[in-house]
Design a protein around this ligand. Structure first.
Ligand SMILES: Nc1ncnc2c1ncn2[C@@H]1O[C@H](COP(=O)(O)OP(=O)(O)OP(=O)(O)O)[C@@H](O)[C@H]1O
Length: 253
């Protein structure tokens, strides 16, 4: 579904990704792991058009992403959340999700000017859909509260619901459980599984090994900008290169 083909990325002569090749299969939950600075966020920035590759090709469902702007990639069906939460804190949860939806709403210019019935109908449908998306992450009962009143873990879930508002086919989650307690983590795991059941594909970066190993069908491991292993969790867990590069280091700590 999302294919990276021999991707390289350089920043001012410094190569941070080198010959990166992987394929996120449709319908899967695919994890990207690796030590700090390995290049994971750069992979997401390339997949969403925030950065351009120095070499190689990126394809999404048969479309080359090479020259596309971020909003065009969003329209093709890729959405993401960020490592640092980006929500509107002085706005209600419902409005946060509706704002995420606006790029896809077709009011028509006349409707916007006249506040016509069709405008109101679209707006009502948007609010209904936003409420449904909030229910997927169990936040619908707080729909009218300000986002500022949410716990850190809940704010991450709100970001997740807002990313779904653009009607993506593939959802990129950058460290979705960062800052969550263990109850919130297992709740989010269940919610991600049920969202996949609804037909979405998930591509996530995460440092929490238990979460990654418990959730993903396939995992790719980046180390110093190169993929050193990819496969199902059991294979990754027992791969000596991975243990040395990442898991072993974590155990030492
Ligand atoms: N815009 C940029 N300009 C220069 N160097 C950059 C830029 N973005 C990232 N880098 C460098 O590229 C390397 C990979 O960074 P990246 O953020 O992709 O790693 P990461 O695996 O996501 O790390 P972390 O787990 O700490 O978030 C790092 O050495 C980083 O300093």
């Amino acid at each position: 579904m999302l294919q990276f083909n021999q991707i390289s990325k350089e920043f001012g002569g410094l190569r941070v990704l080198d010959d990166v090749t992987f394929d996120v299969p449709e319908g899967s939950i695919f994890g990207l792991i690796g030590p700090n600075g390995a290049g994971k966020t750069t992979v997401f920035n390339l997949a969403t058009g925030l950065l351009q590759a120095s070499g190689g090709q990126i394809e999404f469902s048969g479309h080359s992403l090479g020259k596309l702007a971020p909003h065009q990639i969003t329209q093709l069906g890729i959405a993401r959340t960020f490592q640092n939460i980006r929500i509107f804190k002085d706005t209600s949860l419902l409005e946060n999700v509706v704002i995420g939806m606006h790029a896809h709403l077709d009011y028509g210019f006349g409707g916007l000017l006249s506040n016509s019935r069709s405008f109101q109908r679209i707006e009502a449908a948007a609010r209904e859909r936003a409420l449904e998306l909030l229910s997927w992450v169990k936040l619908d009962h707080k729909a009218d509260m300000l986002a500022d009143s949410l716990s850190y873990g809940e704010q991450r879930k709100l970001e997740f619901a807002r990313a779904l508002a653009t009607q993506p086919k593939l959802l990129l989650l950058d460290e979705p459980v960062a800052g969550m307690n263990s109850a919130e983590k297992s709740e989010l795991m269940t919610q991600i599984l049920s969202i996949r059941q609804r037909g979405y594909s998930i591509f996530l970066i995460e440092h929490d090994m238990r979460f990654v190993m418990g959730l993903c069908d396939r995992i790719a491991v980046l180390n110093f900008g190169r993929i050193i292993a990819q496969g199902p969790p059991d294979e990754i867990r027992n791969n000596p290169d991975v243990i040395e590069a990442y898991l072993g280091k974590e155990e030492d700590e």
